[in-house]
Design a protein around this ligand. Structure first.
Ligand code: BG6
Length: 453
């Protein structure tokens, strides 16, 4: 295995840091989305105060890379303007600490927590103005941290932000979460991402930068032509359209026809596609957790199950996305499909011919600490099977740059709060860190595959 392979782990600011709206941090749209779990997010796993200790544990595990996100509103409390020195200092210390431990930082610039002030000001990503503010923030980060940070992720799971419109925070700006606005936001986010890539290439010519998308293979439910066609359509309409835009600077004709049918008319400028062409990613980040099967869904009188909301799981006349009943699932019904990881890597590489960084992969469970060892054997099996498929993909010459487990310590789950844990390290109510068995498993994997033993 290549010695430079980035064996890593991932997290995000709002799910780990805590210190919510403290030390100068401004509010973000996450407040709206996470109403049920807000308290957990306010505290996170107190990474803000525990980062040094966590990095010590990362070093012990032999991690080569740590992917974390910067909270935009911790750096710019109102999204733009004057930076918050305390927040900037926090990230500088964190990055320096990683450098001391020889762990490569992979920085996600924006991971769901869009500054609330910008939504209130002009609606956030609904407006073209959002592009300039995102670039202002990126420019600051590249100049401030560019001497130590070589790997950057522009936007985490833009496909999910479009799919879960609360993450755009429109409501708070008095806007509706209509499909038209979500796809317009997607367009502006893609341009912002491409301009950030271009800017990064200018300021930091040695750095590598790309988006991270959530990707799952869609298998046809049967061998019938209509199911094969439905799976292709579901793939295009839920994830491929974003990669086509960001990596090939185009909306396919089929996707354009779909928008037309939904009476969605995007505001486009001819220059937009020039920006997209010039800001080609260096790599594609993928977050892989599960796969789905797809069957054709005949037309009904009601077109589109959730009218007005983008990317439903069922589109009458097009497709229905389902779990494969033959595969096991996590307690939250996420299909476990290690082969799907290799298939995802193959599909993405065949289409875009770019290196791939696995930015997230992990297993959510209700781990319990009852004293003694935390035996998370299901997580170990999940990771082992996925890493095996990753190795097969690398042996098939797919250029994979690294693999980041979600997550290093437990963090607060995006959908399920503190009930669902992903970490290699358990975090208890008092914020104590207790390594699970998977911690040792990963440590041994890294040592063995990195050729250290
Ligand atoms: C990804 C996100 O979608 O999946 C993470 O980038 C998230 O932020 C992870 O935590 C797992 O999802 P969940 O909802 O189980 O925490």
């Amino acid at each position: 295995m290549n010695k430079n392979f980035l064996w890593g782990a991932s997290s995000s600011s709002f799910q780990s840091e805590g210190m919510w709206k403290k030390a100068g941090q401004g509010p973000s749209v996450i407040e709206i989305e996470q109403h049920g779990n807000l308290q957990s997010f306010q505290i996170g796993v107190d990474f803000y105060h525990h980062y040094k200790n966590d990095i010590k544990l990362m070093k012990e595990a032999g991690l080569k890379a740590f992917r974390f996100s910067i909270s935009w509103s911790r750096v710019f409390p109102t999204g733009t303007g004057k930076p918050n020195a305390v927040g900037v200092n926090f990230y500088r210390n964190l990055i320096n600490e990683l450098a001391k431990a020889k762990i490569e930082p992979i920085v996600t610039i924006y991971h769901f927590d869009y500054p609330l002030a910008l939504v209130k000001k002009y609606g956030g990503w609904i407006s073209r103005k959002s592009i300039a503010d995102y670039l202002y923030y990126c420019n600051f980060l590249f100049k401030e941290f560019g001497n130590t940070v070589k790997y950057w992720v522009t936007i985490n799971e833009q496909d999910h932000i479009v799919k879960i419109p609360q993450r755009l925070g429109f409501k708070h700006g008095g806007f509706k979460e209509h499909m038209q606005d979500c796809y317009q936001a997607n367009h502006y986010m893609s341009i912002a991402s491409s301009l950030a890539i271009k800017l990064c290439h200018t300021i930091l010519p040695k750095a590598k930068i790309g988006p991270a998308v959530s990707y799952q293979p869609y298998y046809p439910a049967t061998e019938k032509t209509q199911d094969i066609e439905a799976a292709k359509t579901a793939n295009l309409l839920t994830q491929k359209y974003i990669l086509d835009l960001q990596c090939k600077a185009t909306y396919s004709k089929k996707f354009q026809n779909y928008l037309k049918e939904k009476s969605i008319h995007l505001k486009l400028k001819p220059d937009d596609f020039k920006c997209l062409k010039e800001g080609k990613p260096d790599f594609i980040g993928i977050n892989y957790y599960s796969s789905n099967i797809v069957k054709f869904l005949p037309s009904e009188s009601n077109k589109g199950e959730i009218e007005g909301k983008p990317i439903p799981k069922k589109e009458y006349g097009l497709y229905a996305i389902q779990n494969d009943p033959t595969l096991p699932t996590t307690k939250w019904g996420w299909t476990i499909d290690p082969k799907g990881l290799r298939i995802a890597l193959e599909q993405i590489y065949q289409q875009y011919h770019l290196p791939i960084l696995i930015t997230e992969n992990g297993y959510g469970d209700e781990d319990k600490f009852l004293g003694g060892n935390i035996t998370d054997s299901s997580r170990i099996k999940y990771l082992k099977d996925h890493i095996n498929e990753l190795i097969k993909a690398i042996n098939e010459n797919i250029p994979v740059m690294g693999y980041c487990i979600w997550s290093f310590t437990d963090v607060i789950s995006g959908h399920n709060g503190s009930d669902k844990r992903y970490g290699l390290i358990y975090v208890d109510k008092n914020m104590n860190r207790i390594p699970k068995q998977s911690f040792n498993f990963y440590k041994n994997i890294i040592r063995r595959l990195n050729g250290d033993v």
